[in-house]
Design a binder for this molecule. Structure first.
Ligand code: UD1
Length: 414
């Protein structure tokens, strides 16, 4: 059951409700380590990445109870500061466990994460920032050993507004004595959500979403109940699916201010947006226009929507250009799209796409968003498309085949 079979040519039509965002829930689960009191998260998305994060917390000694989509984590008796190797590799972003483990135990041992399908993904900014906060860090035999016994507030300047590094530093600084200022932090909505969550736990954080974040260390954090933000990347994926199939979609809980760059590009491609009673709606044009997209940190166009927009460019009228500025190896979907008849030229980080017609083929997902893009390509293609690697797509989309089928598409898992 690891392949999505899609029969193309059906319009996406209808209304969907978004689950909580994977990229918000993961650091929030990690931050629940910072308190000895129970933390309850509502709207837990049933994904392999979020499940793996719960396993990591269990291995560190935490207990959790999942009822429906509400999970309660009790880190009161957590006693381990070594991250399990296999799980850290399964979920690459688990590097941001480093901050909460140091925050809680003043020491941590984690596996060096290494690169992945989309790029080298170094962690130098995480390490540099934690060192600035007073952590002593030794990297040896693929492991990272941290001694945080002298952890204290400090000023940190990030050379690049890394999402993971910003989250790690916020979590490590929350209980470090003194004031921490992070200059040039990531401004992604998920950072603001993490700050909201940590503030609900009693952390003193100002400026999340702006050009600098200030954290006054507190002695301890308390438990809380929290519903993380809706998933803006799932929202963008569904909008793109509707755009590519000449469809019409309504999203019940999408947050427009989190999606400005994506909405702007869809409008340029000819899509018409509306908003009433908090419901975002979009109608596709008869023929999409080719557009230019350049990925940037928020509020720029998200790298997590780049692959979906490449699929869209394949069926637009004219020549589209995509520049990937965030990750150095994030065009794996291009060669799969070519198998479907796409005309794409790649030069380093630039892709030039001549719009035309896609035809169904058997193709393979190599990373999460690339996989979603291939499913979208299948929706707009002539004939039947089979996308291998449904399990990769399950990392970030809760039953994508059901979401799309409910909207009128013909997608099944085989
Ligand atoms: C997060 C998201 C991921 C998304 C990405 C960009 C989570 C769990 N993951 O990943 O889905 O695609 O943001 O929005 O939220 N970099 C360094 N040194 C570092 C850290 C990063 O050079 O220490 C570079 C990376 O190689 C990359 C860029 O900075 O080129 C952005 O990375 P970053 O923002 O850290 O992304 P992640 O947190 O890994």
């Amino acid at each position: 059951m690891n392949v999505f079979r899609i029969t193309g040519g059906r319009r996406i039509f209808g209304r969907a409700r978004l689950d909580s965002a994977k990229n918000a829930v993961l650091p929030i689960l990690a931050a629940s380590m910072l308190t000895e009191q129970p933390v309850t998260i509502e709207g837990f998305p049933e994904l392999s990445d979020t499940r793996n994060m719960l396993k990591i917390l269990t291995t560190l000694g935490c207990k959790y109870e999942l009822t429906g989509d509400v999970v309660t984590i009790d880190a009161g008796i957590a006693s381990k500061w070594e991250m399990p190797d296999a799980l850290s590799k399964a979920i690459r972003s688990s590097i941001f466990m480093l901050g909460p483990i140091i925050g809680r135990f003043r020491k941590a041992v984690v596996t060096y994460p290494g690169g992945c399908e989309i790029g080298l993904r170094p962690i130098d900014l995480h390490i540099k920032g934690l060192k600035a906060l007073g952590a002593k860090i030794r990297e040896q035999h693929g492991m990272i050993y941290c001694d945080g016994s002298n952890l204290r507030g400090a000023t940190v300047h990030l050379d690049f507004p890394s999402v993971g590094a910003t989250e790690n530093l916020m979590m490590a600084a929350a209980t470090a004595p003194g004031t921490t200022v992070i200059h040039n932090p990531a401004r992604e909505p998920e950072i603001v959500d993490l700050a909201r969550f940590m503030s609900a736990m009693g952390a003193k954080i100002r400026g999340a979403g702006s050009g600098s974040i200030t954290i006054e260390g507190v002695k301890r954090l308390n438990g809380t109940r929290f519903r993380p933000m809706p998933d803006r990347i799932v929202a963008g994926t569904l909008l793109t699916a509707a755009a590519m199939t000449g469809g019409e979609i309504e999203l019940e809980n999408a947050v427009l201010s989190d999606m400005g760059a994506v909405v702007d590009k869809l409008q340029r491609a000819g899509c018409a947006f509306g908003c009433s009673d908090g419901i975002m709606s979009m109608r596709a044009p008869e023929k999409l226009k080719a557009i230019e997209v350049s990925t940037q940190p928020f509020p720029g166009f998200p790298t997590d929507m780049q692959a979906q927009f490449m699929a869209m460019s394949c069926v637009a009228d004219g020549v589209g250009v995509i520049v990937e500025n965030v990750f150095e190896n994030r065009f794996s979907h291009a060669c799969e799209l070519r198998r479907m008849g796409a005309d794409i030229i790649i030069n380093d980080r630039i892709a030039v796409i001549r719009g035309g017609v896609l035809t169904g083929a058997r193709i393979a997902a190599r990373d999460l968003r690339a996989g979603a893009a291939l499913v979208l390509a299948g929706l707009a293609a002539d004939g039947v498309t089979e996308v291998e690697g449904a399990n990769i797509i399950d990392r970030g989309y809760v039953k994508l085949e059901k979401i799309l089928s409910d909207l009128g598409a013909a997608v099944e898992r085989i």
